[in-house]
Design a protein around this ligand. Structure first.
Ligand code: CA
Ligand code: CA
Length: 124
């Protein structure tokens, strides 16, 4: 009987922890052009950023998505003509940085990764 009860307690505790770890996904935003509307959304789990979405033409719709793994750059995609279809994909931080610096310099601070994939953007 005692074993059964402690088993149930462990199960409930495990479920509770599981739920908590899911609840820890936080989002934060940045307003790059300072018009009062957020242009960048950061998705964070624990200490690590998991995804960043950016609206680089300020039309209210995200057109750049950056995916990370263990806090490091994994891939990115962009809709550079803003028609709703992805037309550019990046598989490493170096290529993405080159494009960002050339085409979207105002977003470098908000979306910054170093060439080795380390997140360098200003923390919110
Ligand atoms: Ca804005
Ligand atoms: Ca947009």
């Amino acid at each position: 009987m005692r074993i059964k009860i402690s088993g149930i307690i462990i199960l409930v505790a495990a479920m509770f922890c599981f739920k908590l770890s899911f609840a820890q996904t936080n989002t934060a935003t940045a307003d790059v052009n300072k018009d009062g509307k957020a242009d960048v959304t950061y998705y964070q789990e624990g200490k690590n950023i998991t995804k960043i979405e950016a609206d680089t033409n300020y039309d209210g719709k995200p057109d750049v998505t950056i995916n990370t793994e263990n806090g490091k750059f994994k891939s990115a995609e962009a809709d550079t003509d803003y028609n709703g279809t992805i037309d550019k994909k990046f598989s490493n931080a170096k290529d993405f940085n080159a494009w960002l610096n050339k085409d979207k310099p105002e977003f470098v601070n908000a979306l910054g990764f170093s060439d080795d994939g380390t997140y360098t953007a200003v923390r919110f």
